[in-house]
Design a protein. Structure first.
Lengths: 46, 240
């Protein structure tokens, strides 16, 4: 360990990047899928 | 394989498979992450930072796996004109880029306390950064082609050419001197103690299931957009 930094700070930062990035990807993909499938249903009804 | 080329059949399978993959992926990756954070002892050399490997290694695997998916789907699109192959390739690009970026970020965060630096221009790190730029180029290219409306083979050819980088990433730590450690997991062999290996495997399977679920969701979105646009175009032509 260098500069007296706590190793746990790095561990928490890495996990935060991964959890936030993965959840954003899942939620964005789900919302995009729902919106696109709604557009398709709307186009069928028109 | 051509049986799955039918979009209606694909949708029938994808509708039940998507929640199965996403929910099982979320459950397994959450359990593996919790296991890695709480039930694994610090490593003799790396200390507590060994826990970063439980998220760094799966994201590296998925970054390379994403481009391998693009390359295989591109080959199927070019050779067999499989109607869903181009959609599968496009759907894999954003999640592949996201996990490549996560791999680079977590590797950099791991490198600072372990190597004493955030970044070095060695073979593994540089080839992984090249992979991220290839993803950006593929996303821009396939987006531009789909806006034009005409079918094009250019993204598929780019996907195949870019696959050259995947074995370079894999062999980079063998071919060149590197701060990055050599492969710890090879076919049938492991240099990792089981106490670290099992949570690593669980995290890799969990994130892979999630990755598959995200690709299915993005394929469904792309397919729905194409079907909606085709239907509106047919109606406009019928009304004219």
């Amino acid at each position: 360990m260098r500069e007296g930094l706590d190793q746990w700070d790095f561990v928490i930062a890495a996990y935060a990047v991964t959890v936030i990035g993965t959840l954003l990807l899942v939620v964005w993909s789900w919302l995009a899928m729902r919106a696109a499938e709604k557009r398709r249903e709307d186009a069928r009804k028109k | 394989m051509h049986g799955f080329a039918n979009p209606a059949r694909f949708l029938r399978i994808a509708r039940w498979l998507t929640p199965v993959l996403v929910l099982s992926g979320l459950a397994l990756s959450t359990a593996a992450v919790a296991w890695g954070l709480t039930n694994v002892p610090p490593d003799r050399l790396m200390g507590e930072t060994v826990r970063i490997l439980f998220i760094h290694v799966p994201s590296a695997w998925l970054g390379m796996g994403g481009w391998t998916t693009i390359a295989i789907a591109s080959l199927v699109e070019l050779v067999w004109r499989h109607p869903l192959a181009g959609i599968a390739a496009r759907a894999a690009a954003v999640p592949g880029a996201a996990f490549t970026a996560i791999c680079l970020a977590t590797g950099s965060i791991w490198g600072r306390p372990t190597w004493g630096t955030w970044w070095v221009w060695d073979g593994r790190l540089t080839s992984m950064l090249v992979l991220l730029f290839l993803y950006f180029a593929y996303i821009a290219l396939s987006g531009a082609v789909s806006r034009e409306g005409a079918p094009s083979r250019i993204p598929a050819i780019f996907g195949l050419v870019g696959a050259v980088n995947v074995p370079i990433i894999n062999r980079s730590v063998v071919w060149w001197n590197s701060l990055h450690q050599p492969p710890s997991l090879t076919m049938g062999k492991s240099a990792i103690d089981p106490v670290f290996l099992w949570p690593l495997l669980a995290a890799t399977i969990g994130f892979s299931l999630l990755f598959g679920g995200v690709i299915l969701m993005r394929m469904r979105a792309l397919l729905a957009d194409i079907q909606a646009e085709a239907r509106l175009r047919r109606k406009a032509l019928g009304a004219a």
